[in-house]
Design a protein around this ligand. Structure first.
Ligand code: NCD
Length: 320
């Protein structure tokens, strides 16, 4: 596997399967009273978040702590860092601490790729503008894998603001790589041009939604909209909101969070037993542990290169 995780395209199907199995083995650690293994003891992880985050930042933090890494959290939403140069300065400054990994979230597409050029640390993309959010896609795969075992042939509908969604882009790549059939649905104004090239079908109405095994709703990304893409949220909800009339009992419902209640999802479906939204959050910790493990301690070269993980090999979980 690559040194960095910038895009789902960095991962083969085998890589993804290994991460999912590794995450499952870490679930055992999350069930213990003392949720810690010594795998990354003495190594430093830096979380660099230039954009709002609740789930992603807290789960990366817990993941690093549960692996016993030293962690530095830097949050600077609203800072003046929006030019390549000043991000470069920040990364070069932080690299002086010799971190093993830098986790970066930025409002700019391509930011994680730039950071990877400026540091020798492993770089993990925790969301770059509307480009990609690979660990979200992995935790979504893991959530379904835990429920259903195999993902092959599963029909997934991704509904909503596909245009501004990094989650959609990473999930299309990840679901198709794992053998799922992906359909995108939303208003034409919120559908990127030529997105079918990613091997998915595009629909502009919810007709046929009953064929889906999984309905994956996206948040309306107001913060990335420069103009008006839908006549009104009311109108959008009338056409595209997933509610109990539209969701059949056999279907699973997913959403990356945060949810705009009453816009893309009705309250009753959010709180229904079909919704995996809370499980997705739970999956975030073990999947991010698995990603940190793979990048920093997983490969044979890396373990041999001196990661002191074997100091605690007796407590280190093995893949299931
Ligand atoms: C997503 C994000 O930030 O891209 N949220 C998340 O990471 N859980 C999706 C969103 O904000 O809509």
């Amino acid at each position: 596997m690559n040194r960095n995780l910038l895009s789902i395209d960095d991962l083969s199907r085998d890589d993804i399967e290994r991460i999912l199995h590794r995450a499952r083995s870490f679930a055992e650690v999350s069930g213990r009273e003392i949720k810690k293994v010594p795998t990354l003891r003495g190594r430093t992880v830096i979380n660099l978040f230039y954009e709002a985050s609740t789930r992603t930042s807290s789960s990366f933090e817990l993941a690093a702590k549960r692996l016993s890494a030293d962690l530095v959290n830097i949050k600077s939403a609203g800072s003046s860092v929006d030019k390549g140069e000043s991000l470069k300065d920040t990364v070069q400054t932080l690299s002086a601490y010799d971190p093993a990994a830098i986790v970066i979230r930025s409002p700019h597409a391509g930011a994680a790729n730039l950071v990877a050029r400026w540091t020798t640390a492993s770089v993990i993309n925790a969301g770059d503008g509307k480009h990609e959010h690979p660990t979200q896609a992995l935790l979504d795969l893991y959530t379904l894998f835990r429920r259903r075992g195999s993902l092959d042939g599963m029909k997934v509908w991704i509904v909503g603001d596909v245009l501004h969604s990094r989650v959609a882009r990473s999930n299309i790549l990840a679901f198709t790589r794992m053998g799922c059939e992906v359909t995108l649905c939303g208003p034409p104004t919120l559908m990127p041009r030529e997105i079918e090239a990613l091997d998915c079908e595009v629909r502009y109405t919810l007709d046929g939604l009953e064929q889906a095994d999984v309905v994956y709703a996206l948040r309306m990304q107001h913060e990335r909209m420069t103009g008006s893409y839908v006549p009104s949220l009311r109108e959008y909800a009338a056409q595209y909101q997933i509610d109990s009339r539209r969701l059949s009992p056999h279907q699973l419902l997913m959403h990356p969070g945060p949810v705009n209640r009453g816009v893309e999802l009705s309250s009753e479906v959010i709180d229904s037993p079909q919704a995996l939204i809370v499980e997705q959050v739970e999956s975030g910790v073990v999947v991010r542990m698995a990603v940190l493990y793979e990048l920093l301690a997983g490969g044979p070269g890396r373990a041999a290169a001196g990661a002191p993980s074997h100091a605690g090999a007796e407590t280190e979980p093995q893949p299931a």
